[in-house]
Ligand binder design. Structure first.
Ligand SMILES: [Fe+2]
Length: 306
């Protein structure tokens, strides 16, 4: 059997009816996407001669994996693909330059304390790891200091766990999470207990998929950022530690050229100097965030002394 089977009138009519093509109600864009998606699934079944048992095995996997969808999407390369696609569309529109975007990942929590100055991100002691000192300036396309930016920063602890998502329950809420309000000079500085890389939950849906693909589920140590400022395009990015064993082999494809600083390590301290460059906002929407669903917790203290 070859793919011409999909073009049979009986199959094409089935696709039209399944996608509600002839129905007056519904969303036309969704109908078109849904029809193509359904046809792609049918083509996969024919191309790989997928059996009924294999198909329902895949459905079972999907049903069981919803809690890890935020890991499966980056692990399968789709989240990085979205970045590459947005980059390519930007290039077509003449929007180039600035710090590269990279994947957000699933572990941002809205509502982190809003702070100013030389900020300490780590509330918990987290012994046995270095103190990370990171600082630099946020500029615009012409090198101008970006005024009144807010830097959202979040990272794991030395065990690779994020506050709010830590199964040990040992982390203080918003540990290693802050929103840093910058001034007129665009400069930021923070210190924290240096994060470690992490792996996907052992035995979970992502881990099972990675094993079936002969891959691992490890990420290098990294620090996530959103940077927003009036008049500039919100940047979603992260830096990955260039000296981490997984720096060049990130299961989530989050590492990118230009986002791999190697910390300067001296005794108990690690230093990263890193400047961010934002693009100017072209449309009002550029200053906002994608509408991706994110965890949200009300901060006890919206502003606190650094
Ligand atoms: Fe992360």
């Amino acid at each position: 059997m070859d793919l011409s089977f999909i073009q049979k009138p009986e199959i094409q009519q089935l696709l039209d009816r399944a996608a509600g093509v002839q129905e007056s109600g519904g969303n036309p864009r969704l109908k078109a996407i849904f029809r193509d998606l359904t046809q792609s699934v049918m083509e996969l079944i024919v191309k790989h001669d997928i059996s009924e048992s294999e198909f329902w095995g895949a459905m079972q996997y999907l049903a069981e994996s919803s809690a890890e969808i935020g890991l499966i999407v980056p692990g399968t390369g789709i989240e990085h693909f979205l970045d590459l696609y947005m980059d390519a569309k930007d290039a077509e529109a003449g929007l180039t330059g600035g710090t590269p975007r990279t994947i957000e990942g699933p572990l941002y929590v809205a509502g982190a304390p809003l702070v100013e100055g030389d900020v300490n991100l780590s509330v918990d002691a987290d012994e046995g790891t270095q103190t990370l000192y990171m600082s630099g300036i946020v500029t615009g396309p012409d090198g101008e200091a970006v005024e009144d930016a807010i830097v959202h920063v979040w990272h794991a602890n030395s065990q690779g766990w994020y506050s709010h998502f830590d199964p040990t329950g040992e982390q203080t809420p918003f540990n290693n999470r802050r929103r840093i309000r910058l001034g007129k000079d665009g400069r930021y500085a923070f210190h924290s207990r240096q994060p470690s890389g992490y792996s996907v939950p052992p035995g979970g849906a992502t881990d099972r998929l990675m094993q079936a693909l002969g891959r691992h589920g490890n990420r290098p140590a990294h620090v996530h950022f959103f940077i927003e400022a009036p008049g500039y395009r919100t940047l979603t990015t992260q830096i990955n530690f260039g000296d981490d064993p997984f720096a060049a082999d990130d299961f989530a494809f989050g590492t990118r050229e230009g986002l791999l600083p190697v910390p300067s390590r001296q005794g108990d301290s690690a230093y990263i100097a890193f400047d961010f460059q934002l693009q100017r906002a072209v449309t009002a929407g550029d200053e906002g965030f994608s509408s991706r669903a994110r965890a949200e917790v009300a901060a006890e203290r919206q502003v606190e002394a650094a």
